[in-house]
Ligand binder design. Structure first.
Ligand code: 2BA
Length: 109
């Protein structure tokens, strides 16, 4: 068994969960926050058999879109005066970041 950990953008989650459920896959949805942008995203835990991972990955790939995100690092205007202004920088986010882990044991009690 494998555990897919998929970090996806909030805007894609509902369509992705619907597509996974339609194909009979189970998922757990966790609210998460990206460490770089400090913006909300969603982490899905999806337990699958090894032979199902390819299909799940292609469902994720088909639904999760690339979008632009803005991060505002502080840029020094005058270091002697300790003056900084936020300068927005555009980054590309997604479609999805997927980790695949081997599951040592799986029990349901
Ligand atoms: P964030 O950490 O908020 O990152 C959002 C986007 O900012 C990233 O998109 C990437 O384009 C950019 N970015 C992140 N760290 C950067 C850095 N040190 N320098 C320059 N640009 C940087 P994605 O790569 O699509 O990642 C989307 C979200 O997936 C991330 O949100 C994070 O929550 C998760 N993620 C990505 N890689 C990860 C990793 N290696 N481990 C854990 N979570 C990860």
């Amino acid at each position: 068994m494998l555990l897919l950990i998929a970090v996806v953008q909030d805007q894609d989650v509902n369509r992705l969960l619907t597509a996974l459920l339609e194909k009979g896959y189970r998922a757990t949805k966790l609210a998460s926050t990206g460490g770089f942008l400090r913006q909300g995203n969603t982490t899905l835990l999806i337990g699958v058999q090894e032979e199902q991972a390819e299909e799940v990955n292609s469902i994720i790939k088909g639904i999760c879109r690339t979008r632009k995100g803005l991060v505002s690092p502080m840029t020094a205007v005058d270091q002697t005066l300790n003056t900084y202004i936020p300068t927005p920088v555009e980054v590309e986010v997604g479609g999805a970041t997927v980790f695949t882990l081997k599951v040592e044991s799986f029990e349901k009690f």
